[in-house]
Design a protein around this ligand. Structure first.
Ligand SMILES: Nc1nc2c(ncn2[C@@H]2O[C@H](COP(=O)(O)OP(=O)(O)OP(=O)(O)O)[C@@H](O)[C@H]2O)c(=O)[nH]1
Ligand SMILES: [Mg+2]
Length: 374
């Protein structure tokens, strides 16, 4: 969990800390609006979230329920009864992180003891084939490829056939993110889907859309276009480590209603994390709010002068009351006045003992108050 926050939400956390530098028990609605907009939650969703909060101050529990509601459709369910091999078709625009994500998926499958084969169906660019080939070598994964310009669906077909013959559990197919026209791309993707099914009934089992996390909410329109071409089963959001737009996940999930399968948090094969909405939300809330378990002592320590904390404020209120009951009134932070005589005395916190004291002119203590015992 700690690693998850560090890797995936580092930049997003920085952006939030500009608005709320120190953890709090409650934040104002204005602060919440700033946090949501700053981390690239789309305004429509920001309005929905704010509209449903009826108090001026927002607690961790209130925000948690709203954020989880936005992620209601983000849960991914593994398709049932897949006859091996399971075929992943990976699509997305140029540079979204498809090929890198394919390597990450392969590393994951291999780690669980499964065997994987790649299909280099991005035949639009020679460099794309070359890049996947390099990952194949590095990860020791066999690859089916052909020359630039060849039929990508034929490559997909061969890769599936090869996996069947070898008894492999997984096929991962790379695709081109851009062709000369959008219609070409749509036709090509549809054809790959058809041919996969021909090679292995039910394939591709997962049509996975890779979205560039640094594009944030602006990737939504793009995702809709792909979803219209071929129904997307799941989304992987990459490069979250490099962006402060972590909040866009809420908009993406809320608008598209397509499950989020993984998030990419770096360039190495191990930098792919299963997306868990509870973990994600609690990771974000930890940046803004105190943990439920964090004690008042932790809060006082976090906050140098303590004044911002409710529990501390409550203590100060009680201190005031006690001083008043003892016949004094607090004039300022450092002076009290005796009600009966109107004499003024210095009032200060003893730095050595932490006790608050009303002091005579000669420095002797007239009254002392241990704030923790009030
Ligand atoms: N920091 C970071 N970089 C990533 C991540 N995923 C991919 N990248 C980088 O993003 C760049 C593009 O990734 P590719 O995997 O080549 O993207 P692609 O979608 O295959 O691109 P094309 O084949 O050109 O369409 C590369 O430099 C990757 O190393 C990630 O999760 N975090
Ligand atoms: Mg690629």
């Amino acid at each position: 969990m700690f690693g998850f926050i560090n890797k995936g939400l580092g930049k997003t956390a920085e952006a939030i800390k500009h608005i709320v530098p120190k953890k709090k028990l409650k934040i104002s609605k204005d602060e919440l609006e700033d946090i949501l907009l700053e981390t690239d939650v789309e305004y429509e969703l920001v309005e929905v979230i704010l509209r449903e909060i009826y108090t001026d101050e927002v607690s961790r529990e209130q925000l948690e329920s709203k954020l989880l509601t936005a992620l209601a459709y983000s849960d991914y369910k593994e398709p049932e009864n897949i006859s091996s091999p399971c075929v992943d078709l990976v699509i997305g625009v140029n540079g979204a992180g498809k090929t890198t994500t394919i390597a990450k998926l392969a590393a994951r499958y291999k780690n669980q003891g499964d065997q994987v084969i790649f299909g280099a169906s991005d035949t639009f660019r020679a460099a794309a084939i070359e890049q996947l080939d390099q990952w194949a070598k590095r990860l020791d994964v066999p690859i089916v490829s052909s020359k630039q310009g060849h039929d990508p669906s034929a490559v997909a077909y061969d890769a599936i056939e090869s996996a069947k013959a070898k008894g492999f559990e997984h096929v991962i197919i790379d695709t081109a993110g851009r062709l000369h026209t959008q219609t070409n791309l749509a036709n090509e993707l549809k054809k790959i889907v058809r041919i996969c099914d021909k090679a292995h009934s039910g394939a591709p089992h997962r049509k996975i859309l890779v979205l560039d996390g640094t594009q944030g909410s602006s990737a939504i329109a793009q995702a809709k276009a792909f979803h219209e071409m071929i129904d997307i089963d799941a989304i992987i959001i990459t490069k979250l480590d490099g962006t402060a737009r972590g909040g866009s996940l809420f908009s993406i999930a809320y608008e598209l209603k397509i499950p989020i399968l993984y998030i990419g948090v770096g360039e190495q094969p191990e930098h792919l994390l299963v997306f868990d909405k509870y973990e994600f939300v609690s990771g974000l809330l930890d940046i803004i709010y105190f943990d439920e378990e964090e004690t008042a002592a932790d809060m006082a320590e976090q906050d140098e002068n303590g004044m911002q904390h409710l529990s501390f404020e409550e203590k100060m209120k009680r201190l005031n009351q006690r001083i008043h009951n003892d016949g004094f009134d607090l004039l300022s932070k450092h002076f009290v006045r005796e009600q009966s005589t109107w004499n003024e005395y210095r009032f200060a916190k003893n730095e050595n003992t932490g006790v608050y004291e009303i002091l005579e002119r000669d420095g002797s203590v007239l009254r002392s108050y241990n704030i923790d015992e009030l």
